[in-house]
Design a protein around this ligand. Sequence first.
Ligand SMILES: [Zn+2]
Length: 227
Amino acid sequence: MPAISSKKPYRVGRSHTGLGLFAIKPIKKGTKIVRYFGPLLDCKKKKDDAVENKYLFELNGRWTIDGSVRENIARYINHACKPNAESDVRPRKRKVFIRAIKNIEPGEEINYDYGTDYFKAYLKPSGCRCAACEKKRKKKRAEARAERQRLKAKAERKALRKAEKQAAKAEEKLRHELNGKSNGVKLNGKHLNGHGRKVGAGQMIVVESGISARPKGKQGRENRTPA
Ligand SMILES: [Zn+2]
């Protein structure tokens, strides 16, 4: 990290997108914070026009500052869609200053809007990561999460209603079967003891019918099975 003079109200530090420039003293709205500087490129010269990097700052149709040089501390300043500084461009002087457009507190990251062209070329494809855009994304994610939860709860309620209906149906069916079927087929004497259904005197009859209703074929097969 570059040496920091105590006069300067900023330092280079870690930002969530890499490095950034941070205020270390209160910076009043309107203050020139730092100059954005580097070699001037003349687009009329083929060699200059061929230069390509992310730190080119166009002054006008002809002149561009190549801000990729190490000494240009302003190149650490990140883009923000809702910034606290702006680029103050002086094409005739061929100079650019970064100026505070809000009072900036110590510890706050300094940023400015890089402009539409840069945004479209470099930020939009991967998604702008400035605080305002992150906040927007976070809100959208929270909304999507809430919507998913709402749909899930709805589906669960629906499934529960369906299960309840099916259970009621099954219960109804079972009741029909128990009422309608001859008791003898399924119930033998052992079970009958537990099922004291309107029996009393009828109990013996049921047991008898149980024995007589046993399928003969099955019995025959059982007899043939070797021990
Ligand atoms: Zn943004």
